[in-house]
Ligand binder design. Structure first.
Ligand code: GCB
Length: 607
């Protein structure tokens, strides 16, 4: 039913997809990062049993039992696990990078964290997981409290009635295995990175609290937003919105569903957010005993013909693509603030960029906030990558839920302007239907941003064409093009390729790139995998790009070399996709300077 309603695009359909709890803007929380213990469970014995042979309780890692104490007693009880005495791992972070033995482990691992909590009568407590890759089964003090699928979006669970003051036992079963119905599917071009890869927090709130609060600038120059209360007294309550720096104070009452709406002309003193001046304001929401603060920028984004308009002015997106992988010899997908600042700083200050494509999945919340702060426009993507099970309605529902979790999480980020509903999915009727339905979901949930997807192109001799029926469902066309790397084209030919694309929509080159091994210089022969070839490839592709009249942005592949099990050339790759403009440890290759100079000299009509 939810599925049909969303296709119809009704407001109630959007409500049906609203994640039940978000608590996005809350900073005051108990961080459960740090030392956890773990136990491998390759055959999933904690969750399954064969013929009833195994007394499951012996192996159920999630049980709230003091195994050492039990073992001291006499009697028949015995156990084949003990998380209290298990090996340790520092979380968040992917297990593949943490322990050599787990480098290629792809399956179920149980993690445990013991903690004390402050219990305040009348208040409520929630656990918020920013990301668990890929499936999570969560138990608190032996009780199952949550299941979640999807490695890149947050989920929240109330634990008010399960939490105790001392010695809580939080156990999370993390299954990294992907299959024909997962999103993404089994094969990608990035690392496995199983684990609890983003922060886990314990959040305390009043009985009735602000679950979600949003504010943005609309095309009519008004500030519009809402606050959603959650709790027994959420209807007909007064909610106050305050932007102290602008002298704005608004009040609204919640409706029967606990939602208050705001709509007011933007004050004349409001400074719009842009990459050149990324102004952010503290926005306070208050309701009863609760208050939340978010830092929000205000801008508009629109399309007019083939132009992209930021704050009403044409903008050219000078960007690059990147994975959620920190600059480090052995990255663990641990994107803390320092790691995010370093990566995005390379784009902003090194490349003179104003844009990032955060591929191929929703990145850590820290990345989005850093983009807001530094002034980088953002493309956000859900991992509908290459191929998923297009015909399965449950998979479409999954994609919609991931999309909803991302939209509600990030919709206060001014930096975010483009929602991508997929990457390089081969044209076919079932796939186009799937994407078109997803595009409709995005618009029902957030009609203030643009919808795109990274598409595949076709070649007819020296002409590149786009024959994708999905174009009709997109605001912005984006294509991945690798002529000169994959295939036999010479770089002379690349520079001569012509583009036959619709004239009435902006076009982005969402990807182009070539591998280069840092330090492999080949000034004479200029062979593939050399820094010289990669630099030449960038020159040729940028020359080709300059001939495309509707081109409005670039996000070449990719900022940094990243781990990929697909890339096993023993000399040049060694398990890394080498299309980075910097190496995994941050060394710049020749092509970095080619792109940086290009962006520096590009006259871009910016606001
Ligand atoms: C692509 C994919 C990207 C790959 C890249 C490559 O088109 O979108 O995920 O990593 O090509 O290096 O081949």
């Amino acid at each position: 039913i939810a599925l049909l309603a969303v296709v119809a695009g009704t407001a109630s359909a959007a409500d049906a997809l609203r994640p039940p709890l978000l608590l996005t803007a809350r900073t005051a929380a108990q961080d459960l990062g740090g030392t956890w213990t773990y136990s491998k469970d390759y055959y999933r014995t904690s969750l399954t049993d064969i013929n009833g042979w195994v007394a499951k309780s012996r192996m159920q890692r999630f049980r709230d039992v003091d195994v050492a104490a039990e073992e001291k007693k006499s009697g028949p009880a015995f156990f084949e696990f003990d998380l209290d005495r298990g090996p340790t791992m520092t979380l968040p972070g992917a297990w593949n990078s943490a322990v050599p033995e787990l480098r290629w482990y792809d399956g179920l691992i149980w993690f445990q964290r013991r903690f004390d909590a402050k219990l305040v009568p009348g208040q409520r407590s929630f656990l918020r997981f920013e990301a668990v890759n890929y499936r999570a089964s969560v138990y608190l003090n032996g009780k199952p409290i949550a299941q979640h699928e999807g490695g890149f979006t947050p989920f929240v669970v109330e634990v008010t009635d399960t939490l105790r003051a001392l010695g809580n036992r939080l156990v999370v079963g993390v299954d990294s295995k992907h299959d024909a119905q997962s999103i993404p599917g089994e094969i990608t071009d990035w690392d496995l990175y199983g684990g609890i890869t983003r922060p886990v927090k314990l959040i305390r709130t009043p009985a009735t609290f602000i679950d979600d609060a949003t504010l943005r600038l609309n095309d009519a120059g008004r500030l519009v937003g809402s606050a959603q209360l959650n709790g027994p007294q959420s209807a007909n309550q007064s909610v106050t919105l305050r932007i102290a720096a602008l002298g704005v104070t608004l009040q609204a009452r919640t409706d029967a569903n606990g939602e208050a709406r705001f709509d007011t002309p933007a004050p004349a003193s409001l400074k719009r957010w842009s990459p050149e001046a990324p102004t952010l304001y503290d926005v306070d929401f208050e309701a009863g005993a609760d208050r939340v603060r978010d830092r929000i920028g205000f801008r508009t984004i629109a399309v007019r013909g083939s132009d992209l308009l930021l704050n009403g002015q044409p903008v050219f997106l000078k960007g690059i693509s990147l994975h959620e992988e920190e600059i480090a010899p052995n990255p663990a997908r641990r994107l803390d603030e320092a790691a995010a600042r370093r990566l995005l700083g390379e784009v902003k200050h090194g490349l003179h960029g104003n844009y990032v494509r955060l591929s191929h999945y929703p990145h850590n919340e820290t990345m989005l906030r850093m983009a807001d702060e530094l002034g980088l426009l953002v493309w956000s993507e859900i991992p509908v990558y290459w191929t998923v099970d297009w015909d399965n309605p449950a998979v479409l529902d999954k994609a919609r839920r991931m999309q909803a979790e991302t939209i509600y999480r990030d919709r206060n980020r001014a930096a975010l302007v483009l929602w991508s509903i997929g990457n390089e999915t081969p044209v076919a009727d079932n796939r186009t239907r799937f994407h078109a339905a997803l595009a409709q979901t995005v618009r029902a949930l957030d009609d203030s941003r643009l919808v795109s997807a990274a598409l595949l192109v076709e070649r007819k001799g020296d002409v590149i064409q786009l024959a994708d029926p999905l174009l009709a469902a997109l605001d912005v066309i984006a294509v991945n093009t690798y002529a000169g790397w994959y295939g036999d084209d010479t770089l002379d030919r690349v520079a001569r390729l012509r583009w036959d694309v619709p004239a009435d929509k902006p076009l982005l080159f969402s990807e182009f790139g070539a591998d280069a091994q840092t330090g492999f210089r080949d000034a004479t022969l200029r062979r593939k995998f050399s820094e010289d070839y990669q630099a030449d490839y960038y020159r040729a592709t940028l020359a080709m790009a300059a001939q495309v009249p509707t081109l409005r942005g670039l996000s070449p592949w990719v900022l940094k070399d990243f781990r990929s099990p697909r890339r096993e050339h023993p000399v040049f790759q060694q398990g890394w996709n080498r299309k980075g403009l910097i190496s995994e440890t941050g060394q710049r290759k020749l092509a970095f300077t080619v792109l940086a100079n290009h962006y520096k000299n590009l006259s871009s009509p910016l606001p």
